[in-house]
Design a protein around this ligand. Structure first.
Ligand SMILES: Nc1ncnc2c1ncn2[C@@H]1O[C@H](COP(=O)(O)OP(=O)(O)OP(=O)(O)O)[C@@H](O)[C@H]1O
Ligand SMILES: NC(=O)c1ccc[n+]([C@@H]2O[C@H](COP(=O)(O)O)[C@@H](O)[C@H]2O)c1
Length: 268
């Protein structure tokens, strides 16, 4: 079930404005259905494969569906997520901003989720995008925009793990929004998708022609070992990490909040 608009409006952080600089409120091809892709994650740090996911999804949408991507967003999770080793949310937002600066995709960074004091389940994050784009701005070319989650196959595998996602959140994400899922090395996507058959029409699986086993965890390990991450992240991101002394030691973003990931933290 969608989050009450009043609840979402009350969650607006002080000084926040929804980023629209690259959001196309008029479509290039009005015969298509407008689509906005939202990638939720830690992005600690953001790397090139995160960015490539958007290019792959845009290609897929153009070639295999009737959608036109009119906007794309990174939504870094807040410090309340409590995952060990993450940089603070404001650093992760800043690194994402640096990474999208030269993007050709209509890619933006939304700090709304990152700035929340409590953990926000992904279903509610998508409701925030629906509110901003469809309810408050009237969609694109006067049409309701399809909001969809963009995720790697590993995230989708967690959908069927016990106590990670609430069933009503999955119903809302996959039934009312939809997902574009990018292949990721070592993921058993067939098994994951077989337990999500109910929502198969709303799940678009994107095989990777060039797959890359990159992860932020590996980059954090390289940095901790005083090794270079050059060519894995944009130059500006690497400079930012160096200038701010990030990932030198084990960092905990916030008091460990194990419930953050659990279904108890679900959107209603
Ligand atoms: N190499 C990759 N291939 C496909 N999808 C990826 C890849 N790396 C990250 N993703 C996807 O990007 C999104 C955000 O991921 P996240 O911030 O957790 O990155 P990560 O590299 O997996 O980080 P970590 O190692 O800290 O878990 C998720 O949906 C994740 O599945
Ligand atoms: N119940 C939920 O809504 C739920 C559960 C697990 C992960 N997630 C999201 O998936 C993403 C996972 O990121 P990481 O792979 O970096 O942990 C985060 O954005 C997190 O908020 C949401």
């Amino acid at each position: 079930m969608a989050t009450d608009p009043g609840v979402l409006d009350a969650m607006t952080p002080p000084g926040y404005t929804f980023p629209t600089i690259r959001l196309r409120q008029q479509q290039n091809d009005p015969s298509r259905d407008p689509l906005v892709l939202v990638a939720c994650g830690s992005f600690s740090p953001i790397h090139y494969v995160h960015l490539q996911m958007f290019a792959m999804a845009a290609d897929y949408a153009r070639n295999e569906t009737n959608y036109e991507v009119v906007g794309a967003y990174l939504s870094p999770v807040s410090d309340a997520y409590g995952k060990r080793g993450l940089a603070r949310a404001h650093h992760r937002v800043e690194m994402c901003e640096l990474a999208v600066k030269h993007a050709r995709q209509p890619l933006m960074v939304d700090p709304w989720e990152a700035q929340q004091a409590s953990y926000v389940p992904t279903a509610k994050v998508l409701d925030h995008f629906d509110r901003e784009i469809n309810q408050l701005r009237g969609g694109s070319s006067g049409k309701k925009v399809r909001i969809a989650l963009l995720a790697g196959a590993d995230l989708v595998e967690t959908f069927s793990q016990p106590n990670v996602w609430a069933l009503h959140d999955l119903q809302h994400i996959l039934g009312d929004y939809g997902a574009f899922v990018v292949e990721r090395a070592n993921s058993n996507i067939e098994q994951a998708l077989s337990s999500l058959r109910e929502w198969r029409d709303n799940i678009h699986y994107i095989p990777a022609i060039i797959s890359n086993p990159m992860s932020s965890t590996m980059l954090r390990l390289l940095l901790k070992g005083n090794m270079s991450i050059e060519y894995h992240v944009p130059r500006e991101v690497m400079d930012y990490i160096e200038a701010n002394g990030l990932y030198k030691d084990e960092m905990v973003a916030a008091p460990d909040n194990k419930k953050a990931k659990s279904a108890e933290g679900s959107s209603s």
